[in-house]
Design a protein around this ligand. Structure first.
Ligand SMILES: O=C(O)/C=C(\CC(=O)C(=O)O)C(=O)O
Length: 304
């Protein structure tokens, strides 16, 4: 395995935008620390340590109150580092796990107790060796009450994944909107296909996140301040305000060649969610519905 990589900004700026009280950074990760939580032998990248202390310091610096920690592929299906970070957060973090689809009911219940509220299916070939759809559907059918599935895919396989995603029996949250080509603009084929998908069910959510990835110079985009991203994504947030959640994506796995300034990422929020109502939905109400719902109530998690 190659040298360990650093993909995050050493000194992120203070954002100009102030998130509302209760704001959640609903897409971020932890790496290790490796001495305590070794990376998977199948990991496709080997990062430097980016543990909970660093994540919570960034949370405070950016003006957020809570985190949703998504298990990164470099930790495989061993969720110990994510669970450790959630436990260290004193109730201010919940998580999304990656599991072996053969996981037992008892182990799923233990993840629930540890603050996990969903599982992630990753379809990016550069990150995982295989993504068995039949096994994913089987485990999705026996998740604890109130859980959802997070799916990470690229726009070119959206149609191919439709029969699989249509069969998922719980709410779906799509990472980074399924990585549309934002240089096509708000009415380009990728955004149109994604809107058709959103319109097919009322319980599909999305993350209007990662301008740094989707509008990267190395991908043919404009780079910071990511104007293509703002233009393509703002109409989507305006049209589906009850179905989106936002996150930094810190520590930005694999972005070492174009490391984003987290303060600038936060300053994208008012460009894609320009009103106080949209910001409240995106940053507070929506992530709380998904991750801090009262599951004792007789409720199913649906987008409004
Ligand atoms: O975390 C992200 O949002 C994106 C990633 C990394 C990742 O998903 C993982 O390692 O599991 C990527 O595109 O390299």
């Amino acid at each position: 395995m190659a040298d360990r990589i650093t993909s995050w900004h050493a000194n992120p700026s203070k954002p100009k935008f102030t998130p509302p009280p209760g704001a959640v950074d609903a897409h971020c990760h932890v790496f290790g620390p490796m001495a305590e939580f070794p990376f998977s032998p199948k990991a496709k990248y080997l990062p430097e340590d980016a543990g909970p202390d660093m994540l919570f310091a960034l949370r405070d610096h950016l003006g957020f109150e809570k985190n949703v920690i998504v298990q990164a592929s470099c930790h495989g299906t061993d969720n110990s580092a994510t669970l450790h970070a959630i436990a260290a957060s004193e109730g201010k973090a919940r998580g999304v796990a990656v599991v072996d689809p053969a996981i037992s009911e008892d182990d799923l219940a233990a993840l629930h107790l540890g603050g996990i509220r969903g599982i992630r299916f990753n379809f990016l070939k550069r990150l995982v060796d295989d993504a068995p759809k039949d096994k994913f559907l089987e485990v999705a059918s026996r998740l604890p009450k109130g859980w959802h599935v997070v799916i990470y895919f690229e726009a070119d396989i959206l149609e191919e994944l439709r029969p699989f995603m249509d069969a998922i029996p719980v709410p779906i949250v799509v990472d980074h909107m399924g990585r549309p080509d934002v240089t096509q603009g708000p009415d380009g084929p990728d955004m149109k296909a994604f809107r058709r998908f959103l319109d097919s069910r009322d319980d599909i959510w999305f993350k209007p996140t990662c301008p740094d990835r989707l509008d990267a110079i190395k991908e043919g985009g404009k780079g910071d301040p990511w104007d293509n991203f703002a233009a393509a994504v703002a109409p989507l947030v305006a049209d589906y305000p009850a179905r989106c959640i936002w996150g930094t994506d810190w520590p930005h796995p694999n972005m070492q060649d174009e490391i984003p300034d987290d303060g600038h990422l936060v300053d994208m929020i008012p460009r894609i969610a320009p009103t106080a109502e949209l910001q409240q939905a995106l940053l507070v109400d929506n992530p709380h519905r998904l991750y801090w719902a009262d599951l004792s109530a007789n409720s199913r998690v649906t987008a409004g």
